[in-house]
Design a protein. Structure first.
Length: 208
C-alpha cells in the first residue's frame, strides 16, 4: 500500500522517493490526513523511538527528517485544500551567547515529526527577541536550548524577561541541552526538561 511505501521511504531517508510517493498518493485521492498521519508522521515516530533506544543516530535522523520535509512540502497545498491544520505551533531557539544548533535542529525536526508547526529563531537569541516572538505568535510551546554551562543562565534570563513582559503564561517552556538537568529546569521556572529530542517531541505534544 502506498502509505506503507511513504512510511518506509521516510524511515530510510529517501527524500526523492518520499516526494514522488506523496504525489502518487495525492493522485490516487488518498486523504491528506492519512498521508500525513499514517505515512509521514508515523515514520518519524518510528525513527524517534529508534533514536531514543540508540538503534539509530543523529545522521540517520537528519536524513529521515530531510525526507519528511520533502514529503510534507509536496503535501502542504493538499493539506490546506482539505483544511487539515497542524497540531499546533511551537517556538524554538538556542539562547543568547550559544551558537550550537545541531541539538536544536534535531528537536525542531522531531517536533515537526509529531505534527507541530515550528518557528525557529536560530542561535544566540536575545531574551527580547524571544519575548517579541511569544507576543505575536499563538504558539503554546517554547523550547530553549543551551549546550554550554556558561550559557545556561541565559535560559533563566529569557524566562525572567517573559515574566517581566507579562507573557510567561502564554507558553509552556521546555529547556534542554547537555549541561541542563531536571532540577535546574525547576529552579529557573521552566515547565519541562527532556534529555533527548524524541522525548522533547513527546513532551511538547502532551501540551496540546
Amino acid at each position: 500500500m502506498i502509505l506503507d511505501q511513504i512510511n518506509e521511504a521516510v524511515q530510510r531517508g529517501k527524500a526523492r522517493d518520499a516526494e514522488e510517493l506523496v504525489n502518487q498518493a495525492i493522485a490516487q485521492k488518498v486523504s491528506a490526513k492519512d498521508i500525513l498521519d499514517k505515512g509521514l508522521l508515523a515514520a518519524m515516530a518510528v525513527v524517534g523511538k529508534k533514536f531514543k533506544e540508540n538503534e539509530v543516530f543523529v545522521p540517520e535522523v537528519l536524513i529521515s527528517a530531510r525526507a519528511l520535509n520533502k514529503g510534507t512540502a509536496a503535501l502542504k497545498p493538499y493539506l490546506a485544500a482539505q483544511g487539515v491544520k497542524p497540531l499546533g505551533k511551537a517556538i524554538i531557539c538556542t539562547v543568547k551567547g550559544d551558537l550550537h544548533d545541531i541539538g536544536k535542529n534535531l528537536v525542531r525536526m522531531m517536533l515537526e515529526g509529531v505534527g507541530l508547526e515550528v518557528q525557529d529563531l536560530g542561535v544566540d537569541v536575545a531574551p527580547e527577541k524571544v519575548v517579541e516572538a511569544v507576543k505575536v505568535s499563538d504558539a503554546k510551546v517554547l523550547c530553549l536550548s543551551a549546550l554550554l554551562t556558561t550559557t545556561m543562565g541565559a535560559q533563566k534570563d529569557t524566562i525572567d524577561a517573559l515574566v517581566a513582559a507579562g507573557v510567561r503564561d502564554k507558553v509552556k517552556i521546555m529547556v534542554g541541552g547537555a549541561p541542563v538537568t531536571a532540577e535546574y529546569a525547576k529552579q529557573i521556572g521552566a515547565d519541562a526538561y527532556t534529555s533527548d529530542a524524541a522525548s522533547a517531541a513527546t513532551a511538547a505534544k502532551a501540551f496540546y
